[in-house]
Design a protein around this ligand. Structure first.
Ligand SMILES: [Zn+2]
Ligand SMILES: [Zn+2]
Length: 256
């Protein structure tokens, strides 16, 4: 009976796996997967004209400036352990208690985000779509609070590894919630990533360890930060919906 239930649950989680605009042609087998080992992440040196937040991005992310646009390139894969690397991979670890592993494995695939270098609050907010809505500092795409057909993540949450990530059908690994690997490594107030509108995403705490106050419907607010002493709009990851952000406060760039 237990096995039967487990099969049904796995099938349900698989069916509900979220969609993404990544095409199969963009996916390639990760030839380095079997030799990958965890390494201490190195960060990108700031380059002239690039906003300060990008100095926090790890070297796995290529950051360049194209006019008034910041171009971020990664291979989408996490730099930490997960059951989704598959048994035999150096970064494989067994599922944590209670986890219902979905049927997909991590597949390296190129991800390019083009975001405004000087983000501005738009006159109206816009709903975030399914698929990548931003990039974490380790190159993993950030997704919103929905599964396919914009259903709640109720069942998908069961398939998250202990860092709150999982792959979708094409093997693209992503976070819908706080990337616990990054906040554990860098602190709960550190930069987590950036959304497509160019606004930064910070951890669940402010630098004084307080919880963010006055978050709007997009999960953001404006005040001075270490990266923007004059004050800037930014998102925070939260333990409740929308977890990262359900809407863009600025004008979204593009995903390629
Ligand atoms: Zn997902
Ligand atoms: Zn804040």
């Amino acid at each position: 009976m237990r096995t039967h239930f487990s099969l049904i649950l796995t099938a349900t989680v698989g069916l509900l796996a979220c969609s993404s605009p990544v095409t199969p042609a963009a996916a390639t087998a990760d030839s380095s997967a079997t030799t990958a080992t965890p390494t201490t992440p190195t960060t990108n040196p700031p380059s002239s004209g690039t906003p300060a937040i990008y100095s926090h991005f790890q070297s796995a992310v290529s950051v360049s400036l194209d006019g008034s646009t910041v171009v971020l390139r990664s291979n989408s894969v996490p730099d930490h352990k997960s059951p989704y690397w598959g048994a035999g991979n150096a970064l494989y670890e067994a599922p944590q208690s209670g986890m219902s592993v979905n049927p997909f494995l991590i597949v390296s695939q190129s991800l390019t985000l083009r975001v405004p270098a000087s983000p501005a609050v738009a006159s109206t907010t816009s709903d975030t779509p399914l698929g990548p809505i931003g990039m974490a500092v380790n190159g993993v795409p950030l997704f919103n609070q929905y599964a396919a057909q914009r259903q709640p993540l109720t069942f998908e949450i069961l398939s998250f590894d202990r860092y709150n990530g999982h792959p979708q059908q094409a093997g693209q690994y992503h976070y819908h919630m706080e990337p616990a690997w990054l906040t554990g490594l860098n602190g709960t107030s550190a930069l987590v990533g950036v959304l497509l509108d160019g606004f930064p995403v910070y951890g669940p705490r402010e630098v004084d360890n307080s919880l963010p106050t006055g978050l709007d419907s997009c999960n953001g607010h404006t005040h001075a930060t270490a990266d923007a002493p004059a004050g800037q709009y930014h998102y925070h990851v939260t333990s409740a919906v929308p977890y990262i952000s359900g809407c863009y406060k600025g004008s979204a760039g593009s995903v390629g």
